[in-house]
Design a protein around this ligand. Sequence first.
Ligand code: SF4
Ligand code: SF4
Ligand code: SF4
Length: 284
Amino acid sequence: MKNQITMKNKKASIKVTIKNKKNKQSPQPTEEKKQKPKVAIISLTSCEGCQFALLDLGEKFLNFAEKIDMVDFRLIEDEEDTGEKLDLVFVEGNPVTKANFKTLEDARKRSKLLVALGNCAAMGGIPEIKNYQEGSNTIKHVYKYIKGVNNPEIREIDNFVKVDFTFPGCPINAEEFLLYIPELLKGKIPAIVDQPVCVECRKKGNKCLLLEGIPCFGPMILGGCDAVCPTARMSCQGCRGLRPKGNVKAMQTALKKMMTDEEFENMTEIYGLRDDIEEKIKNS
Ligand code: SF4
Ligand code: SF4
Ligand code: SF4
């Protein structure tokens, strides 16, 4: 017995065949399918980079796919989503169009657990930059002569639906996805350890950028990305979001000795951190 998954995107069409070992002995494929958790991975308005991070797992992703009943995942789908009830839904991107809002509401109604997939869904992400610039006027620079384009203020999905768990990052760390997925498939909510990017950075033996006077958000940002940016001598710009227990006020004071207020604001806007920082400082 073979299961076939067709992976499609605009540029490529790949067919992958998975041998289902269990089915060799069991003549009851429909019963087995019923027992598997029903999962959907949906995207709103996004670059789909977080979904591609999952596909980049290759065989590990196929092993995960064998353990679930994938109801919807447009990068590999070969069937229409039937709208059935779900155990787990992953949501990538921002709700921008009317169709996005409906998809998001439907996802919440259909699923026991709803998980934000990546920085855009969780924090507004790169698209949120426009909120801080010219807001709705920004679209005039992009679509000068086109009318009728949906252009609401960018707001992360937890403004509209309850979010049970978040995979942070831009894009997500796919290995972290594999780490927490077993708990989620059991209907449990995992806890991400509250440690800064600095922990992984120092473990790698990196020379701290801050000590060289280069701004880096690492101490106030949730680790788990293997400190990829500082390892490449680039500042952490906070795509994984603020740590629950990070001292944001102290960090802001330290950073503002290395950069102007405008530079600090610009850096916090890249991944939708600015509103989170303002709120945290207001409540501290
Ligand atoms: S979080 Fe980053 S990779 Fe994921 S959808 Fe948004 S922009 Fe793309
Ligand atoms: S370079 Fe950044 S992430 Fe690394 S230890 Fe220094 S502040 Fe922390
Ligand atoms: S180092 Fe910072 S910006 Fe880079 S991936 Fe990690 S959290 Fe994101």
